[in-house]
Design a protein around this ligand. Structure first.
Ligand SMILES: *Cc1c(COP(=O)(O)O)cnc(C)c1O
Length: 418
């Protein structure tokens, strides 16, 4: 993982001192580097398109800010959407329906109707979903998500491809389900699997691709020809300073090799979420309190697990720096903790950092994926703002929510009103 540059002891983000961004927009705020976002998209696209026809379906659950979707739309992205809300948000950002694929799990009939009414193709997750979809819309093309029996991920909570998973068509039912879809008259385009999120090695992707290509050939013997293989997302990114990036070229070469050697499939779809947005964004938060609790020292900041839940939920590591003391020697180890009233509310444990003071700008790295999108109103704290920086210019792309907005949908029955 790469670090940022410093000028006069202050961290520079996309050409701007982080202190300036924090002063102008307040904290906490997610701040995105537009150029880095574009680079990530281009990196993953060009790694694969060297070898075969490639479509990138950005897994937008990682980050659905409309400005970020608009940037990726300019890059030509397609979308992996998992809810009606995500589909509507992507359409709102200008992404055409025919570049969106919907991969839901435990999908209701209402959701199937809403998504297909918008002209979005369904990646079917179960036999039940297929039968229900047949009664709702048979005109749009479909593909199937299968359970590949291969899993990978940064935490057990995000491994999706293992045998017995709630996701996908179980291996033994795959051929039967495709044949049933053909009988129902569906236009079947592809096959999909997603092993999990944030794994750092190439092997699980290759193992999954072996399963997918074998299935493609078995389907062919059964009279079903597919156009694409969708390898899902899950490309990991380094969160620690000494960790290397995954070798995208090695991944692309190995995976596409399995396809071109064994099948006549010409198109590969990938659904990277984390890879595209993760390191484009930092979370800026401010030190509001410093405490020496004897056995532990704390840096108290204004962002907690309401703002970034990954450390509390998955025990995820996010690198932390003090933006206005950038490159200064560390004095002790600190826990970085937020304002939420739970002892599980922390952003980092035991980090060697320079002497903290109230007012310092604390920077949480790699916050672009599953950061804002998983944030909440817990403790009645408003959702934070989002900022986009391009060429040394910062623009607000989401206003900080107000407390009043949290009351908007609540109703106090007449009899209880004072
Ligand atoms: C979450 C998800 C992805 C993206 O995973 P990343 O690890 O963010 O790349 C891709 N496809 C599906 C179906 C998903 O559910």
């Amino acid at each position: 993982m790469k670090d940022y540059e410093a000028k006069d002891g202050t961290m520079i983000f996309a050409g701007l001192p982080v202190t300036e961004i924090a002063d102008e927009f307040g904290t906490p705020a997610y701040v995105t580097d537009e150029q880095r976002l574009r680079e990530n998209y281009r990196n993953v696209y060009s790694a694969f398109s060297k070898y075969m026809d490639t479509r990138i379906h950005y897994a937008c659950k990682a980050n659905t800010n409309l400005a970020i979707l608009s940037i990726l739309n300019q890059e030509g992205t397609g979308i992996d959407a998992v809810s009606v809300g995500e589909v509507m948000t992507c359409l709102k950002a200008g992404i055409p329906a025919d570049r969106i694929m919907y991969t839901g799990v435990n999908v209701s009939d209402a959701e199937l109707k809403a998504v297909t009414d918008m002209g979005v193709m369904i990646n079917v997750d179960s036999r039940s979903e297929l039968e229900r979809l047949a009664k709702i819309n048979k005109k749009l093309p479909i593909s199937f998500r299968i359970t590949p029996g291969v899993g990978s991920g940064h935490s057990d909570k995000v491994i999706t491809g293992k045998k017995g998973s709630k996701f996908g068509i179980p291996k033994n039912d795959v051929i039967k389900t495709y044949l049933r879809a053909k009988e129902l008259g569906f236009d079947i385009k592809g096959i999909h699997a997603h092993i999990g999120s944030g794994g750092q090695s190439v092997e699980p992707f290759m193992d999954m691709m072996d399963v997918l290509t074998d299935t493609v050939n078995e389907l062919k013997e059964n009279g079903i020809d597919l156009e694409f293989i969708d390898m899902g997302g899950g490309i990991g990114v380094p969160y620690k300073m000494n960790e290397d990036e995954m070798d995208l070229n090695e991944l692309a070469m190995n995976v596409t090799d399995i396809i071109t050697e064994n099948t006549d499939i010409e198109t590969i779809i990938l659904e990277p979420g984390r890879y595209i947005v993760c390191d484009s964004t930092v979370l800026l938060t401010r030190c509001v309190d410093v405490k020496d609790a004897g056995v532990k020292k704390y840096i108290g900041v204004d962002a907690g697990f309401n703002t970034l839940i990954r450390p509390a939920m998955y025990d995820s590591y996010h690198y932390v720096a003090i933006g206005n003391k950038f490159g200064k020697c560390s004095t002790a180890k600190y826990d970085v903790a937020g304002p939420i009233c739970e002892s599980g509310d922390f952003l980092a444990h035991d980090r060697a950092l320079p002497d903290p003071e109230e007012g310092d700008v604390v920077v949480i790295y790699n916050a672009g994926a599953y950061g804002f999108s998983m944030s909440s109103n817990y403790n009645s704290r408003p959702l934070c703002s989002e900022v986009l920086v391009n060429d040394g210019k910062a623009e607000l792309i989401r206003e900080r929510e107000t407390v009043e907005e949290q009351w908007k949908h609540q109703i106090v029955p007449e009899r209880l009103r004072q």
